[in-house]
Design a protein. Structure first.
Length: 280
């Protein structure tokens, strides 16, 4: 049997393998197809801003405009200094946009890859991961640029910034688990994308971005804590706005949520990945 036929045979018997073999196979495939992953991310980034006069600057202008409007409106309502509340909104809105855009676009990642999946063998896991990579690149560009503005507004640099990469990795892995589930469900139920858009409008108000959690009593705080995104937004707020290393309990909570999300996501993806091609 030829090498390529052996690979396909191994791939076709994935029903009989456990989660460990599934992970090992996908890690091997991701490494083998790493250049495909890189090309998917770079092509998507270029296509998003193709023929745009200012290109990647839109990743800076859009959140900057939104943050400015929110800071002006809500600093006036709460009678807080504009600069201080502007930094606060910045520290929560950027990671929220990362979560929102990743999950919405990731839910459509397999649908969008229909042309690839029906013509050539490409590990299906590459496409949800590529979505996370694209949004992570946009996040880093916006974060770097807007953080300079935040410093100008009065944000404090601290040793906590050294933990920003760890916070980002935890958040991305947590998001990936949700995307894997959403991408599979969307193959069977195409309306999920539109449902998620509505759901995230409601979830936005259950995360302390345009208000501070200290504004409310303990009863409402319990409600906010039922939203898993609350904890990941808090990671960034404590690092950027509060200029400190996040609490150990917060790291633990986010780690547990990430493990649960990623484990369930991988299990769902493993169970349904072979059926995807017949549903597209």
């Amino acid at each position: 049997m030829k090498k390529n036929e052996t690979r396909l045979a191994i791939f076709d018997t994935s029903d009989n393998q456990g989660i460990k073999n599934f992970l090992l196979r996908n890690i091997h495939d991701l490494f083998t197809y790493r250049f495909v992953l890189y090309n998917l991310i770079s092509t998507n980034l270029r296509a998003r801003y193709r023929r745009s006069t200012i290109g990647f600057l839109w990743t800076l202008i859009n959140p900057l405009f939104t943050m400015t409007i929110l800071a002006v409106v809500f600093s006036t309502i709460y009678k807080l200094p504009f600069a201080d509340f502007g930094v606060y909104i910045f520290s929560g809105l950027l990671p929220w946009n990362l979560i929102l855009n990743s999950i919405l676009n990731g839910s459509m990642s397999l649908i969008a890859a229909e042309g690839y999946l029906k013509k050539v063998f490409v590990p299906k896991l590459i496409f949800p991961i590529a979505t996370v990579g694209v949004e992570a690149a946009n996040f880093l560009f916006s974060l770097t640029s807007l953080f300079l503005l935040a410093l100008f507004l009065g944000a404090r640099a601290s040793w906590g910034l050294l933990f920003l990469p760890l916070a980002l990795i935890l958040t991305l892995l947590f998001i990936l688990g949700i995307i894997l589930i959403a991408a599979i469900i969307t193959v069977y139920f195409r309306d999920l994308f539109h449902i998620l858009q509505i759901v995230f409008v409601g979830l936005f108000y259950l995360v302390p971005i345009i208000y501070k959690k200290e504004f409310f009593g303990s009863d409402l705080l319990i409600v906010l804590q039922l939203n898993p995104f609350f904890y990941f937004i808090q990671l960034f707020q404590q690092i950027i706005y509060e200029a400190r290393i996040p609490d150990a309990s917060l790291w633990l909570t986010c780690s547990i949520l990430m493990i649960v999300s990623l484990t369930i996501g991988l299990l769902v993806f493993k169970l349904k990945e072979k059926d995807v091609i017949y549903r597209l």
